[in-house]
Design a protein around this ligand. Sequence first.
Ligand code: FE2
Length: 209
Amino acid sequence: MPKVQRYNFITMPKELAIEQLAIADWVKGLAAMPEREFTLKNVQHYIVHHGVRPETLDKYLFFSKGNYTRNLIFRNDLFECMTICWEIGQHSSIHNHRDQNCWMSAPIGRLKIQNFRVEDKDATCGKCKVFPTEIYEMDAANPVHVNPLEPVHQVLNLPEFNQRAVSIHVYSKPFDSCEVYAKEKGTYGDVPLHYTSEYGKLHPDEKLL
Ligand SMILES: [Fe+2]
């Protein structure tokens, strides 16, 4: 029987039936969506109604004291799906997603999402101003998507949460670099992205601390 959980999503605060799936089935469901239906709203609906059973994520869990890890589960031309594993206190940089859609959920632990507004962006000198805006909290019952109108954000596993966290990210289309913002310096620039592990196998150059 589907489990009923309370959730406070950005646009639809209701009680919803969530079906808990193994990660392989969860990804299969996404991959079965035709490209024309792979919209912000439809994928959001899928993620809200389909949870991931945490015990099925084992092969995609790599933690490092040095940095959070990115672990590819599935990738095709339309989307990529990965876990990101966060030790206590780890956080991402302030970044964007190259104008691609992003959906996130956190089957393990909880995470804070801080959004930012960017002003006075000057590509000639890589300068900008960055201001914090909304804050969301994400956990198993509260997935979020990145607002395409305000796509710059930071993900934080706050020390006071006092537990590891694992988030699942779906990006469409896949991208291999992002723009990173240094708030204090008022600068921004491109940073390449890489996977710590792919399809359950640790990257050969990767040394987990
Ligand atoms: Fe992000």
